[in-house]
Design a binder for this molecule. Structure first.
Ligand code: MG
Length: 168
């Protein structure tokens, strides 16, 4: 007899803030006078979620899967990277159960954007919106987050083996 098989995965990402860049968090364009610097679109939320998915399935990390030295990924929409990672996770027999994430930003204030980010993450990961949660924290004016030098995101994902519900 086999029980339900679950795996948890953790993801984290940090990018520097810089001028003349759009700010995109969780696939949503955020109004701000700076954006995140990176090889792709530098969407820390989608990068953290992608790493959480890969981690839960035991498939390494986003840097293994999509090297930032590869010109194919320059400026790429991180939703495409997440979709490709999710395809690998599903091909390995795993299905997301829920997703929780925290975005660390002194500014801009993200409260008004949280519902849109939540909705977009639910679409991208293929979950009902109730199974996705988005939190936002400031840096309390200390450290690289608090000094507005960088933004960070953490994510945790639970996966269930796709055929694990049969016996229930
Ligand atoms: Mg990144």
């Amino acid at each position: 007899m086999t029980g339900i098989q679950l795996r948890v995965g953790l993801g984290h990402d940090t990018h520097r803030l810089g001028p003349n860049r759009p700010l995109i968090l969780g696939g949503i364009r955020i109004e701000f006078d700076r954006g995140l610097v990176g090889h792709s679109d530098a969407d820390i939320v989608l990068h953290a979620v992608t790493d959480a998915l890969l981690g839960a399935a035991g498939l390494g990390d986003i840097g293994d899967a999509f090297p930032d030295t590869d010109p194919a990924y320059a400026g790429i929409d991180s939703a495409i990277l997440l979709e490709r990672a999710l395809n690998r996770v599903r091909a390995a027999g795993w299905q997301p159960v829920n997703l929780d994430c925290t975005i660390f930003a002194q500014r801009p204030k993200l409260a008004s954007y949280k519902p849109a980010i939540r909705q977009r993450l639910a679409e991208l990961v293929g979950l009902p919106v109730e199974s996705v949660n988005v939190k936002a924290k400031t840096g309390e004016h200390v450290g690289p987050i608090g000094r507005e030098e960088a933004l960070s995101a953490d994510a945790v994902v639970l996966l269930e083996k796709q055929d694990a519900r049969r016996s229930s």
